[in-house]
Design a binder for this molecule. Sequence first.
Ligand code: GLA
Length: 740
Amino acid sequence: MSSLRMDRRLVCLALLGGAAGWTGQAGAAARYDDKTKVFRLDGGDVTYAFGVNAQGQVQSLYWGGRLGDGDSPGQPVSVRDHSSVDLSVSVTPQEFPAQGGGMFVEPALKVAWPDGVRDVVLKYVSHRVTDQGLILRLKDIERELYVELRYVMDPESGILARSAVVENRAKTPVRIDQLAAAALTLPIETDYRLQYLTGRWAAEWTVETRPVAPGSTVLESRRGDTGHQNNPWFAIDRDGVSDEETGPVWFGALAWSGSWRISVDQDTLGKVRVVGGFNPFDFAYRLQPGQSLESPVFYAGYSGQGMGGASRLMHRFQREKILPGGPKAPLRPVLYNSWEATEFAVDEPGQVALAEKAATIGVERFVMDDGWFGARNNDKAGLGDWTVNRAKFPNGLKPLIDKVRGLGMEFGLWVEPEMVNPDSDLYRAHPDWVINFPTRPRTQGRNQLMLNLARKDVRDHLLKVLDDLVSQNDIAFLKWDHNRNWSEPGWPEQPVEDQQKIYVEFVRNLYWIIAELRRRHPKLEIESCAGGGGRVDLGIMALTDQVWPSDNTDPFDRLTIQDGFTHAYAPATMMCWVTDSPNWVNKRTTSLEYRFLSSMQGGLGIGANLNHWKDEDFATAKKMVAEYKTIRKTVQRGDLYRLISPRDGSERSATLSVSPDRGQAALFAFVHSTTKLDPLPRIQLRGLDPKATYRLRAMAGAADPATLAQASGAYWMEYGLDVALRGDFQAAGFVLDATA
Ligand code: GLA
């Protein structure tokens, strides 16, 4: 074997030493050093750098904690072939590796030309420093195929938005078989650990951990939508070095609600590369001369403060830079939703009765779920017919909406616009509107088929239906559901070579419909729901105000679901309902206070059948809703500390939310089941102002009787708090308010 090996030295160490000649001021998002051909982006506590080597390859150099302004983040080099089987192109860490020239690492771009050539070698052409980052232009060594790499650095969080646009300027079409937004390279380490989110219906948001070892881990959805099975988020930390609050964590999330893929590979020389973008599975996108294709955005961040620090950066970034309304977005109102109480059996008197009861406990938004339209008495019929069911609502929705508004609440409605039951007027009129392959069966999921939103007529129809619904009724909120994945993903009206564009055009038109609907109705809010948490990603979040993480409303299961969710996404978006006990999922019985405390860690909703509540339930609920309103800003806008994880069968768990000014903190503590009078560890808080004095107040449950009524932030963080929790499924909640 040794005869195969070649000189491993790196050669052509370009332009070592010398003073940096940065274009762009220190503190700017991006700078370029013409002398060393190094690009550098700085934001928050993060520096990201790459350069152009003598071969014209755009080479990754550094991604991690922020370097000094004058420091060099490394030098681009020409990397020699490692051996006759690992050529330079494979062992050079590239910002955007294209499939060609003997490369065997995961590509960001793969194409096929009509003459049979399936080879791209990209070289740097030019760049432009923008206000927020950089745009680089690359070109194939021979053909008129260009790639624009876009970099936008968030100055506060250091989260980098990367995307790519491939443009065909040749005289023939070219087929894009694979397009990622970015390849990200980590510094060489041997102890990397990948964390990612998996799940299934009613069991979303499980945090999985595995070592990063030679080989590949693929996180993906082949389902046409984001999917429950994997979420487009990853984090890589260092085993034994990083934990919840310390150590380095590299993380990222794809803003795409269609089939996606993130691959994490360790190459033959130990370099870890993360490539994310469109899923190449069944992908083909033909570009005619002059056409281009833009990838989704891959957001990438780094924290030196462990997974908790990484989550807090993501939460803040989402609140301020992704979600509609940004920092000025309203807080999530307390909502009531009828689904678990009535399922499809909605009608005017029943909904009015629930609304009257909901109003008494402080609910601010009343949402009628499935069952109000068409022939929708079960899940077998009606989807697609978005007209009011006159048997259930003889006078339309107006009397119910007027009643809800009169009770001081907003009105919201469930819709599932992308779907159709074969037993519907819409499908009978337009059987060609669904995704299908002619001659093949049309596989149903929950008795429904999927409309082909890539078609302009379908897109325009849906916008009109939704626009009419919102224009003709006083509707503040839509719960936008999506209850199945794709099958037979055909678009028969297109030429065969363009049919797979459906993977891109469907999602773009979905985004277009929601964006246009919001433009026409600026006060309308929307929740992204997909059979629970099947469509939660930064793409849909840019257009929706909140998401439904799971149909599983068991308040104990929810602790792990919410723990997993908050690894990637902000509590401000995470809707949590108080439902009936025993809960339908596990038949588990919990107190109403436990259910409230579980749900108060995100956007609070109530989904119980209020017709079954006793007076004392209403009294408890009224008190807890009032408590929630005193802490909701802290929960939704504050910094989250996952103090004790509920995962891995933990007996206890606790979260703490601290307001940005550190004036308030909300603590939620739970036990699963205590045994043998085992002593319970004290809970030490985090993130408080050590010098401020905080007064402690219990929302529910109690602290140990010896607990101080007020003490310094240092005391609560160092000494801590003894929470008196014994038994099964017990919970306590506390507020700490800084005294003036
Ligand atoms: C999905 C949603 C539920 C509910 C039902 C209605 O399962 O996740 O919350 O809206 O659809 O059919």
